[in-house]
Design a protein around this ligand. Sequence first.
Ligand code: PAF
Length: 280
Amino acid sequence: MIVYRTKTDLTGHLLTLQNEGKTIGLVPTMGALHQGHMSLVEKARTENNFVVVTIFVNPTQFNDQSDLDHYPRTLDQDLELLRQLEADLVFVPSVKEMYPEEDMQIFDLGGLDKVMEGKHRQGHFNGVAQIVSKLFLLVHPHRAYFGQKDFQQLVIIRRLVEMMELDLTIVPCPIVREKDGLAMSSRNTMLNKEERKLAPFIYETLVKARGKMETLNPSQVKEWVILQFKKQSDLYLEYFEIVEDKGLMSIDEWDKEMNKVACLAVLLGEVRLIDNLNFD
Ligand code: PAF
């Protein structure tokens, strides 16, 4: 497995592969890898000749300096895991390498970045678009792999690909869950024992909410979810929305023709967790 830290090394290596007509799969990550990431790499392995994984904690997508400072970093462990998974190349750039100067680029994400996560994390998706567009232009992948846990990010990245007119397939990969239902996330390692015990409540509530679809309308389901979290003083619900899966508009009736996803963000102590569930 090759590990590169500079764009010059990366693009030089990939150019040879591209000339040989090899297909390239890209798995962008911020490290602290878990089974969710592993499933992305495994899928990329089966669908491409060559797999590039990037590890970069992108500062421009953090709207909170303390969140950035505390984001888990486990590079040695990550590289070992990727070796076992037989990733071909890992790109681990520094901040200076990716942002030699301040990136002033503003992306028009058509309002997809203004709801849910976007409302609570100002500028987050612009930062995601900055780094992901850079990675797409550096790697020129045939396919790029993203987890469905970051459902809004996935929708936004699809829009980015359209805007950039890239010949690139975005491959969504299912959420990987712990046995007790908690969605795998790099942030789970930041939970203390007590918080970790409480965390499955998030997925349990999503599943129960889906079960209410027969008797309640979408806004009543939302009220029900808000109430469940109010009863749990250790978990603070930032938002719960049931949206259609393209424009991310909140729905007010159950339309069978529409793909519906329930999304939420929860604060458990200092740790912010997101999750979602298909409501079809
Ligand atoms: O989902 C993530 O880990 C990040 O947002 C991504 C896509 C790697 C961009 O930094």
